[in-house]
Ligand binder design. Sequence first.
Ligand SMILES: NC(=O)c1ccc[n+]([C@@H]2O[C@H](COP(=O)([O-])OP(=O)(O)OC[C@H]3O[C@@H](n4cnc5c(N)ncnc54)[C@H](O)[C@@H]3O)[C@@H](O)[C@H]2O)c1
Ligand SMILES: [Zn+2]
Ligand SMILES: [Zn+2]
Length: 376
Amino acid sequence: MRMTAAVLHEHGLSMPYAESKPFSIEEVDLEGPGDGEVLVEVHSAGLCHSDLSVVGGLRKRALPVVGGHEGAGIVREIGAGVTHLQPGDHVVMTVAGGCGRCGYCINGRPALCDNVGASRAQGFLPNGARRLSLRGKPVFHYSGVSCYAQYSVTVQNSLVKIDPTIPLSVAAVFGCAVVTGAGAVFNAAAVRPGDTVAVVGLGGVGLVAVMAARIAGASRIIGIDLMDSKFQLAREVGCTHTLSASDPDLVAKIREISGGGVDYAFEISGSKAAVEPAIAITRKGGEIICVGAGRTGELYQFPHLQLVSEEKVLRGSLLGSGIGERDIPRYLGLYQDGQLPVEKLQSGTVTFAELNGAFDQLHDGGAIRQMLSPHA
Ligand SMILES: NC(=O)c1ccc[n+]([C@@H]2O[C@H](COP(=O)([O-])OP(=O)(O)OC[C@H]3O[C@@H](n4cnc5c(N)ncnc54)[C@H](O)[C@@H]3O)[C@@H](O)[C@H]2O)c1
Ligand SMILES: [Zn+2]
Ligand SMILES: [Zn+2]
């Protein structure tokens, strides 16, 4: 079939993107679904900072690529061997699925799946197939999802069936922002009632971590960002305190609020500059969970002796460190109960024509989660 999609041909074009137009809106050919694959009509796709980093060239992908890695839509066709989905099912499209067979997957860590990781980097579907082309030339899949498109062919492990009463524009953010932010709190840190928490970076992913910390019963939830404009919403969704990352007394203030440092600091800005304060505000024996993703190859230094003498744990968390098929339905349940009000993250809907300019907005901090509506 032929459909409209946003294709990235080049990394690192100059800003503003509304003018340089890194995504070109093209009529792309889509084949399939083949064995184990599913054709989804995409209704909504979120703009994540990870997409912005790829546009900017901080991290590279096989090009040209149809963008988009968190979305929601309706199943229109299933390939042979697809067992748990039917045409008409509403689905979240997620990068959090694994192959289900490798050592990581069978040990409950599909985010680390070797097979999906390799296909993600190479721009193929997790089963090794490529279904996209433009004027007869190959086009790659973004994280096996490619939902900046009217339709997507993906494998069933990248899809989670959902309650059709949930608006698809809300469901879409569960594919990355929610699974990542909530999973960092529930799975990676396993925050318990009474724990003290700081979240550095109050964007789409960080605000979900704030919501999750509130559900987990954290006694102090301290939100930190360079932009004061993020604080009102952060308090609305769970922060007990908000502080500017540029406050010269940041560390002292947080030590006072938390009684000596927080139990868990989540770095969710993607800025290397945020890692040092995240470590400094964590109590001895506490954990720093790095969720933000920086430039490929960028190095970070840490005093060796301090790591030993303070017993701090510095760890990463990829896609929520959990099992998407298990966690996404649970988080959707929390949303339906009103505990995870992720609809508040929405900063409006954009059309294909507005997509490039929307990345300027995300870069400037003027938006939390903007949703592409590919059929608008
Ligand atoms: N680990 C994963 O699996 C995973 C998944 C999704 C996104 N990410 C990464 O998480 C990060 C956040 O994504 P997002 O979509 O929420 O981005 P976003 O742009 O919506 O939010 C980032 C926030 O960080 C703030 N910030 C920037 N520098 C800061 C600093 N030095 N100190 C404090 N705050 C600072 C910004 O003002 C902004 O509010 C990105 O790096 C993204 O690539 C990681
Ligand atoms: Zn993402
Ligand atoms: Zn696997």
